[in-house]
Design a protein around this ligand. Structure first.
Ligand code: PLP
Length: 248
């Protein structure tokens, strides 16, 4: 069988967009309020080429160097946008500040400090970094983000979130989470609902803080996330196909 990766990618891309629209409609939301980040980590360049050919412009990457290589390769493509979604070591803050438009995985004050310094030194033509704060609402030890599984202790998060708001070169835009893995997308819903409630709590507790973005939902559960208020879903394999083993 002859397969055209570009055609398959385009079909799956359109299908996921339809599923997002259906989930939005079923919960009384506007599909235009949900943006799709296509997660391309570990995908080789020929898959990237096919994705760009298929009309995809918003990509999510997990590893700064790999992302940088792709960003450089596609720098001439009109409207292309890059989101860093994986855990970021502080020493790589500059690389991300220079080349990505969004970071979904801010998980420490130290990283915020490094990013703030890096962004401050960018030229005026480089846009400010849009930042989303990662929250661990499940309590799983393997997850990054501020520990926020216990709603009775959300008040203790306030001082650090207030500090994040004071980094003048970062645009704090919302919250992100990764729920525990499950085959059943309904299992993830309580975690997505919790992230939304945490957002409401923090907006009510921190003066002048607005967190309009909720980054939640992957191939496994993006429809559940949309029903709970996601404004960004991060979908990889359902569009680009399974990932080859990570390059080293
Ligand atoms: C890999 C990854 C995704 C996408 O997962 P898929 O199963 O490919 O949809 C989303 N978010 C984060 C943080 C990831 O690391």
């Amino acid at each position: 069988m002859v397969s055209d990766p570009g055609l398959e990618i385009r079909e799956r891309f359109l299908h996921v967009k339809e599923q997002i629209a259906d989930a939005a409609e079923s919960s009384g939301r506007n599909a235009a309020d949900v943006r799709l980040v296509v997660v391309s980590k570990a995908q080789p360049m020929f898959v990237m080429e096919a994705a760009v050919e298929a009309g995809i412009r918003v990509f999510g990457e997990n590893y700064p160097e790999e992302g940088y290589e792709k960003i450089h390769h596609f720098r001439g493509v009109e409207g292309i946008e890059w989101h860093m979604i994986g855990h970021l070591q502080s020493r790589k803050a500059r690389l991300v500040a220079e080349s990505f438009q969004w970071l979904h995985s801010l998980d420490s004050l130290r990283l915020a400090e490094k990013l703030n310094i890096a962004v401050a030194s960018l030229t005026a033509s480089q846009k400010p970094l849009q930042v989303i704060i990662e929250m661990n609402v499940s309590g799983e030890e393997s997850k990054f983000g501020w520990l926020a599984w216990n709603a009775n202790q959300w008040g203790s998060l306030v001082p650090e979130i207030e500090q994040l708001g004071r980094f003048s070169h970062l645009r704090i835009r919302g919250l992100m989470t990764m729920p525990p893995y499950s085959e059943d997308p309904e299992q993830a819903r309580p975690y997505f609902a919790k992230l939304r409630q945490l957002r409401d709590f923090l907006e009510g507790s921190v003066h002048d803080l607005k967190l309009p973005e909720l980054s939640m939902g992957t191939s496994a559960d993006f429809q559940s996330a949309v029903k709970e208020g996601a404004t960004f879903v991060r979908v990889g394999q359902a569009i680009l196909g399974s990932r080859p083993a990570r390059r080293v």
